[in-house]
Ligand binder design. Structure first.
Ligand code: PLP
Length: 409
């Protein structure tokens, strides 16, 4: 993103503000899509990463579908113009009522536990197809919070319970149209992916009505300097080869589905914040900014590393700082970082803020959520207004109980 444009945006729309590049989102989508040619691949963007309807429309225009994890996300998708047949619903630990509601809306249903599978069978039998989320117990990456395929994970039905799945499916004559796995967010290596895929291929013959295989996400993007990212061309080629072989043995050409979130939007986003104070303590120099964990939760939640730059003074002398927010928590956004010398009022840009940035933001400390801006063809468009004070108490209910003067005897 062009630095002067970012500075202009910070002037015009204020800070803190999330800024997204439409071109980067389009590029990432196309790069992923093209990695699996000539397969019939469908990319369902995981909108929990970033759900502004303008971003959804942009991705719809590129040809994407959606992966939704709540009814509300399904509604956001429908509202942005997606037809139900482009939406996959992959909930976890929701009530059956919610699943019935989703069936009514006409979206694809992904079931992730045996109880729901059985209820689904009882309710719909063969009349509504479903997808089954399998947990292949592949450990992807090292962070247990974002690896969801391992043995202790709450996600999916264990691959060891396939016999049980089979009995339920047979008993209710269910139509299983897809098998799904999503092993986490840290897969670097085609071989890890393929080990999970092989397990799904192995059980596919139990389900003669399959229309697609959904391999979830796990595409990694670089956060730190020198970070590895998923080599899409290489992984795509290997997965494509293995999938073609699988389809031959299955006897039919299936669709290959993925649900990328981070890969599509992470690098496309920056959070612009303003320096309130430069505070020398006995141990370090803190740069205190007008944002914090309320706007970007990943550093405190996952110990995630987000690159930070002082875009008001790009060529200044490099100095060591800890960048912190203004929330009454130790909300460090970056420890011991070299930044070009920071003065109060300087604008810092925080990278990889497109995914799980705004969507995880909250009103802690009664602070307002940031604005969102989309850069399209070098022009900045406001796509979400900064919150206002009323947004903080909008849903509060005023009781009369405590408003009367209490008479003191
Ligand atoms: C969160 C999630 C994704 C997207 O993960 P990323 O790491 O953002 O690509 C895909 N599928 C499911 C089921 C998810 O819960």
């Amino acid at each position: 993103m062009n630095n002067n444009l970012l500075l202009e945006i910070s002037e015009k729309f204020g800070t803190p503000t999330y800024v997204y590049s439409a071109e980067k989102i389009q590029d990432q989508y196309q790069k992923l899509y093209n990695s699996f040619q000539p397969l019939n691949v469908k990319l369902h963007y995981a909108l929990k990463a970033l759900n502004n309807s303008n971003i959804l429309k942009l991705l719809k225009h590129e040809g994407a579908g959606l992966d939704a994890v709540s009814l509300e996300e399904i509604h956001l998708g429908l509202r942005a113009g997606f037809t139900p047949d482009k939406i996959m619903y992959t909930p976890n630990c929701v009530a059956f009522d919610e699943i019935k509601e989703a069936v009514k809306l006409g979206v694809f249903i992904n079931l992730d536990n045996l109880t729901m599978l059985e209820k689904f069978g009882q309710e719909y039998g063969h009349s509504v197809g479903c997808c089954i989320r399998i947990n292949p117990h592949i450990m992807a990456g090292g962070n247990a919070n974002i690896s969801v395929g391992h043995i202790d994970s709450k996600f999916g039905i264990s691959i060891h319970q396939v016999r049980h799945i089979e009995r339920i499916v047979d008993n209710y004559n269910m139509k299983v149209i897809g098998l799904h796995m999503h092993t986490g967010s840290d897969i670097l290596d085609a071989d890890v992916f393929l080990r999970g895929a092989d397990l799904l291929y192995d059980i596919a013959s139990l389900f003669p009505n399959l229309e697609f295989m959904d391999f979830g996400s796990g595409f990694k993007v670089p956060y730190k300097e020198g970070d590895m990212h998923t080599d899409m061309a290489k992984i795509g080629k290997k997965i494509t080869e293995s999938f073609v072989k699988f389809c031959q043995s299955y006897g039919r050409e299936l669709e290959l589905w993925f649900e990328p979130g981070k890969y599509i939007v992470s690098e496309a986003g920056k959070l612009l914040v303003k320096t309130n104070v430069v505070k020398q303590t006995t141990s370090t120099v803190f740069v205190g900014v007008n944002s914090g964990q309320n706007h970007l939760l990943r550093p405190v939640l996952y110990n995630a590393y987000h690159r930070i730059e002082n875009i008001s003074n790009l060529d200044g002398e490099q100095k060591l700082y800890s960048i912190v927010g203004n929330i009454c928590e130790s909300d460090t956004l970056g420890y011991d970082r070299f930044l070009s010398e920071v003065k109060e009022g300087d604008i810092l840009s925080i990278a990889n803020a497109g995914a799980y940035g705004f969507s995880m933001s909250n009103q802690y400390n009664a602070r307002l959520r940031p604005a969102e801006v989309l850069i399209y063809q070098n022009k900045a468009h406001l796509i979400r207004k900064r919150e206002e004070l009323e947004d903080i108490f909008r849903n509060e209910v005023q009781l009369e109980l405590f408003t009367k003067e209490v008479e003191i005897e």
